[in-house]
Design a protein around this ligand. Structure first.
Ligand code: ZN
Ligand code: ZN
Length: 375
């Protein structure tokens, strides 16, 4: 595309991104050199940065865009303020864009921040020009969200809220601690720049750098390192296939503070109906990916057909054992709930379930041993 055909520049966005970046990385170090910062500057930077990013990840993303759980009005109000503080447009606008991203991922014409258009475009470039003028007024893909009074209140008063949060909060802290310029720089510019770019990494780096354990139908990647800066959103390959799961990092050891935050909120009664994807579906997706990877690796071997047949047979056996195991688990749970079921029936089911579980685990070992030779 040559210069003449490019859509016009959105000067307000260019100004916001450039000025906050220069204030954060040029003005702040100079100011700090002459006026050393105290621990309060760093603590408030960390607190407000976390507030902004969690409002985006737990609020804008997992709650509103994906309906991964339901939240108490108090929590939604906090997210509405934090989202305006993060300066990433209203939750309604953000969710509308994000739903299009999932629906048309990697489609250069439809995905608003398609990773196939390169790092710069998916990171920030898509916000610097009027690429999609027509999609920004009806929010037809967010009819459900338009019933949320708090979200609509934020949408209506977004500019005022964004100004109050971005100027009012640092100013107030500056008055309290007696350093207005220092707080405006640290809690204003540095916090905003870090919050912006760590969130933008999810659209750019999390579609470029990392592994694809669940699907290769799109560019999304799992990246534990990125998860550190993105409050757990680095497990993006999982997220793109199981988008309504309130978790992105599904294993206990995967760093996903957003998942822990939502779980804590549910224990406090602030969140409920947390959605998780069925374990059977997750394991099946993983096994299928391993099979695909192995098949592409063996394609050049002389005994390709024999190995492929062997892989297929063990994969089919795995899926069969997996289905048996999860069926039996479901039956056992239902029986335990049913207080009328007799004790010996339950004991019998328990014995059967243990056998099925052993068979499934045995088949998993066989499968892993075989497939890991080739991937
Ligand atoms: Zn994505
Ligand atoms: Zn998403």
């Amino acid at each position: 595309m040559n210069q003449g055909t490019k859509p016009s520049i959105i000067w307000l966005n260019v100004f916001i991104f450039t000025s906050s970046f220069l204030l954060a990385f040029v003005a702040t170090p100079i100011y700090a050199y002459y006026n050393p910062l105290g621990s309060e500057h760093w603590i408030w930077l960390l607190l407000t940065f976390s507030f902004c990013n969690l409002s985006i990840t737990a609020g804008y993303h997992r709650l509103w865009s994906h309906k991964a759980y339901n939240a108490h009005p108090a929590l939604r109000f906090i997210f509405a303020l934090g989202g305006a503080f993060a300066l990433q447009n209203s939750a309604l606008h953000w969710s509308s864009d994000h739903r299009i991203h999932h629906r048309h991922v990697d489609d250069n014409d439809k995905d608003p921040y398609s990773a196939k258009r390169g790092f710069w475009f998916s990171h920030i470039g898509w916000m610097l020009r009027h690429y999609k003028p027509a999609t920004y007024n009806d929010y037809g893909n967010c009819r459900d969200l338009q019933k949320d009074n708090i979200l609509m209140w934020q949408h209506k008063h977004y500019i005022v809220l964004a100004l109050i949060m971005n100027i009012g909060v640092p100013l107030l802290l500056g008055v309290i601690y007696g350093d207005i310029i220092g707080m405006l720089l640290m809690v204003g510019a540095v916090r905003l720049t870090l919050s912006h770019h760590t969130t933008f990494f999810i659209n750019s780096l999390a579609h470029i750098w990392g592994s694809q354990p669940y699907t290769e139908k799109n560019t999304a990647r799992d990246n534990g390192f990125l998860a550190i800066f993105t409050f757990g959103e680095g497990y993006h390959n999982y997220h793109h296939i199981f988008e309504n799961d309130y978790r992105n990092g599904i294993y206990w050891w995967q760093y996903d503070p957003t998942k822990w935050f939502i779980k804590t909120c549910s224990l406090l009664g602030l969140a409920h109906k947390l959605r998780v994807s069925p374990q059977a579906k997750i394991e099946k997706a993983k096994a299928l990916m391993l099979r695909k990877k192995a098949e592409s690796k063996i394609a050049t071997l002389h005994n390709y057909h024999a190995i492929k047949e062997h892989l297929e047979a063990e994969y089919d056996a795995l899926i069969e054992r997996m289905a048996e195991y999860y069926d039996s688990k479901k039956q056992l749970i239902e029986n335990k709930k049913d207080t009328l079921s007799k004790k010996y029936e339950l004991a019998l089911l328990n014995v059967q379930h243990k056998q099925i579980k052993m068979q499934f685990e045995h088949q998993k070992r066989v499968w892993n041993r075989l497939v890991l030779q080739y991937v």
